[in-house]
Design a binder for this molecule. Sequence first.
Ligand code: NDP
Length: 284
Amino acid sequence: MSTPSSFCPELVGCLSQGAAGNPTVAMVEAAFRHHGIAARYVNMEVPPERLADAVRGLRAVGFRGFNLSMPHKVAVIPHLDGLGVSASVIGAVNCVVRRGDQLIGENTDGKGFLRSLTDQVDPKGKTVLLFGAGGAARAVAVELALAGVARLILVNRTPEPGRRLCETVVAASGCQAETQPWEGDFRVPAEVDVVINGTSVGLYDGDVMPALDVATLRPDQIVADVVFSPPRTRLLRAAAERGCRTLDGLSMLVNQGVLGVHFWTGVMPDAAVMRQALVAAMDA
Ligand code: NDP
C-alpha cells in the first residue's frame, strides 16, 4: 500500500444499486484511519448494464479490489480472471481482490460467518442446523462444509432451493447434508451443536423469529443469526433465555469487512474499531 504521506491513495470500494445506503464504507475507512493505511473506500452506484464498463474502469485506474452487492454478485463473474475456492462453489462473488494484474473473486459472506463462529467453537466435526437456502445461507453452508462440519441439516420454507444447496454441499465436501421439511415450529434435534437462522426472518423486525420450538433449544448449543438489524433479534433473545451462547449478524458483517481489508492491504484490522464505526453509521 502507499505510504500515509502519498497524495494518491490506494482505492477500493463497492459496486451496487442503492449504493448510498451501504454503511460498509464507514467501518472500512475507520480501519484505514486506525491503522494509518493511505486508502479510500468509495460506494459506486452501478446499474446492471454498466457493470462490465465499471469493472474495466476499476482495472484501468488500478483499484486494489472491490465489494459487490445487489444485484452484481453473480453477474460480475464473467468479468473476472478467476475465483477463490468457496466463491466458485457458492457461485457468487462479493469481494474482488487484485492479485498481480488479475482480478480474483472471493466470497466473504460465509467466511465472515465462519470467523465469528470459530471465535466460539471449532466447527470441525460438528452438526449444524441451518434455516434458509438463499444467498446468505448458501455462502454459510458452503464455508462450513469446507471447514469440516460433519453434518448439515438444511431447512427451507421452499423445498427446492434447500435440495439444490444440499447437492452443492455434498458435491463440494465430505460433509453429510440432508434437508428436512419445515412444518409448524421446527423441533431442534438434540445432537445439533449450532443452530443458524440464514433466512431474512427478523430483518428490521425484532418481534418475529423463524418458526422453531424454543423449548427444544439446549444450553450447550450455539445459536446464530445472519440478520444484523436489529443485532439482538428475537431468536437470539429467546436462545439467550434458554442459556445458549449467541452470535449476531453484525459480527458476520464486521468480519466481512475485516477480511476485505486483509485481502486488499495485508493488514488484519482491529474488528472492535470497525464494529464501533459500523454501529455508529447504522444508528446515524
Ligand atoms: P435471499 O432472498 O437470497 O434468501 C432469503 C431466505 O429467507 C430464503 O431462504 C427464504 O426462503 C427465506 N425466507 C424469507 N422469508 C421467509 C419466511 N417468512 N419464512 C421462512 N423463510 C423465509 O436473501 P439473503 O440470503 O441474501 O439474505 C438473508 C438475510 O441475510 C437477510 O436478512 C440479509 O440482510 C442477511 N445477510 C446478512 C449478512 C451479514 O453479514 N450479516 C450478509 C448477507 C445477508 P424461500 O426460499 O422459501 O423464499
